[in-house]
Design a protein around this ligand. Structure first.
Ligand SMILES: Nc1ncnc2c1ncn2[C@@H]1O[C@H](COP(=O)(O)OP(=O)(O)OP(=O)(O)O)[C@@H](O)[C@H]1O
Length: 545
């Protein structure tokens, strides 16, 4: 275009109307073609951007949810959601914006350079030197930008984490009046973020200053050197005009390339963690195709099992633990808080692997069984059951491996003592579970119904502690009662109980202390023995008296 622009101006100046109109027609044609091409380019890259964000977020989420449970012990939820949201968005910006602008400007700059060289290579050299200086300054600036972006993303993730934690624990924050402290914690990360951003802005200012000075100097140089050439009759005014226009194009293209490269480096810096997370291999247990038995009887055996959590390797939790549970037996596990009861269940669900020893299910090592198949056969109700933000029916059906009818759902709800309160809700089973609509005990009953609906061969109930105790005791006792009277419900049951009165009717009671089973027997036997269990019962009776 600069060549044709200059030709039009100088043909008009010399009164060559035919040449002027010919050039003008070409200019209009170029204008239309470049407009259409720009539109297509931007549109296509914007579409690519949208597809990329979708794929990135999908792949990252897939990578996250197939990680070992121990991964979630160390990674913060707020930080992971920040990677899934802002970081993925930023990475897609690379394709949607930076890469296509870089390609466009590299092509435009190369074209300008070729034209400049064909006009006069000695005059092109100073412009090339300026462009090289620009590139060197940028390489330093770019490296700085990349590091700054990484810090900014990290601080942003930490701020998100504090916000998520505070907002989800708002009731505790209000009850303890710690709004000020939480605000302080959030602001601390904002300050860190602000500090990095200010330094980033100062560096950007320096970069812009260098760029603009160099940019202007190409124009001044072009006029100076070109003017001298005209005076020495080495060049015409038309050539000088073309030369100045091409210089302008070249330096503009260089600026755009380095500016977009800077943004590209920032995005890459910010996305390093996204790639690290995406590169994580899924947990081994999702790869191994284990054995599927024809029927799970529900025999469980822990042989010499020792364990510590991967995040706290110096703290042994289970110590050469041995436990044997027969099919269809109801076994209660009791012990002081922190003695390792829930950990035992975590190992049985293969959420963690034992450090040594072996767990056998129906005589086969747990590791050799198909873990998905096994989990389908186990019903688990945790201490603090969280429900999904969907209707009660879907919550009860959640993860059920078989097709179920409405009657099955009602049956499970009745077994869990949940049918009555669900029916009293205006929309019954279609009521959406959101916020604090249900009490903790009601949520627990729905979670119990969910576990029962799977018709599991092994049912694990981790009785809730603290405030929920009384209601939880009632819920768990209810389930035990139903299991005893319901022929359809023959299964192995493991109950972790805090209220010892809950489990009087259990076939056997295993007493845990310091990561070991220290006593085993039924309620009466253990009371008669006068050991740890009887002391626990006495202590609890005294505390309730
Ligand atoms: N994910 C984890 N990472 C590191 N340590 C953990 C983890 N979960 C539990 N622990 C630690 O393991 C020990 C045993 O915890 P566990 O939850 O098994 O005890 P528990 O007997 O079920 O206690 P409670 O009766 O209070 O539920 C505790 O000291 C606890 O701090």
């Amino acid at each position: 275009m600069p060549r044709i622009l200059a030709a039009s101006v100088f043909s008009a100046n010399s009164g060559e109307s035919a040449a002027f109109f010919r050039s003008s027609r070409v200019l209009i044609l170029l204008l239309i073609v470049s407009g259409i091409c720009s539109g297509l380019r931007s549109g296509c890259f914007a579409i690519a951007n949208t597809i990329l964000v979708k794929r990135l977020r999908g792949s990252l989420f897939a990578s996250l949810i197939f990680q070992d449970i121990s991964f979630f012990d160390t990674e913060m939820v707020g930080s992971l959601t920040s990677r899934l949201g802002a970081d993925c968005q930023r990475l897609s910006h690379v394709i949607g914006n930076d890469i296509h602008l870089i390609i466009r400007n590299v092509i435009q700059g190369t074209g300008a350079l070729i034209n400049l060289l064909s006009l006069s290579w000695p005059l092109t050299l100073p412009t090339l030197v300026i462009c090289s200086v620009l590139a060197i300054i940028f390489s330093f600036y770019g490296r700085y930008q990349k590091r700054a972006a990484m810090f900014a993303q990290e601080f942003n993730a930490c701020a998100n984490n504090v916000a998520q934690e505070t907002l989800s624990l708002m009731r505790t924050v209000r009850a303890y009046g710690t709004e000020g402290e939480e605000l302080g914690r959030y602001k601390q990360w904002l300050d860190e973020l602000g500090f990095v951003s200010i330094r980033e802005s100062v560096a950007y200012g320096f970069w812009n200053m260098s760029f603009l000075s160099l940019y202007r100097s190409t124009q001044v140089l072009a006029v100076l050197l070109g003017g001298m050439c005209i005076m020495n009759s080495h060049a015409s005014a038309e050539q000088l005009t073309k030369y100045i226009l091409y210089c302008e194009w070249l330096i503009y293209a260089t600026w755009r390339v380095v500016d977009n490269s800077s943004s590209l480096l920032q995005s890459i810096g910010a996305s390093e963690k996204v790639f690290q997370l995406m590169d994580l291999l899924p947990a081994d247990q999702f790869f191994s195709k284990g054995v599927k038995l024809q029927r799970l009887m529900g025999n469980i055996r822990f042989v010499n099992v020792s364990f510590h959590y991967p995040s706290r390797i110096t703290v042994p939790i289970l110590d050469h633990l041995n436990l044997s549970v027969q099919a269809n037996e109801v076994v209660a596990i009791v012990g002081l808080s922190g003695s390792g009861k829930s950990t035992l269940v975590n190992l049985m669900l293969r959420l963690y692997e034992p450090v040594s020893g072996q767990i056998y299910i129906d005589g086969l090592p747990l590791k050799e069984l198909d873990i998905r198949w096994l989990r389908e056969k186990i019903g688990f109700v945790g201490q603090d059951p969280h429900l999904f933000n969907m209707d009660i029916e879907s919550n009860i059906k959640y993860g059920c491996p078989r097709d179920v009818e409405e009657e099955d759902i009602e049956w499970a709800a009745k077994q869990a003592n949940a049918h009555e309160f669900i029916s009293s809700l205006q929309l019954g089973y279609q009521t959406i579970v959101d916020g604090n609509l249900l009490s903790g005990g009601q949520k627990q009953r729905i979670a119990i119904a969910r576990a029962i609906l799977r018709d599991p061969a092994i049912l694990v109930l981790d009785e809730a502690t603290s405030a929920l105790d009384a209601e939880s005791e009632y819920n768990v006792k209810g389930v035990l009662h139903a299991l005893r009277n319901e022929s359809r419900a023959k299964r192995t049951v493991i109950i972790i109980a805090h209220r010892l009165s809950t489990i009087k009717t259990a076939d056997r009671i295993a007493v845990m202390d310091g990561g070991r089973i220290v006593e085993m027997g039924d309620h009466t036997e253990l009371l008669l023995k006068g050991g740890f269990y009887s002391r626990l019962v006495r202590a609890q009776a005294e505390s309730l008296a």
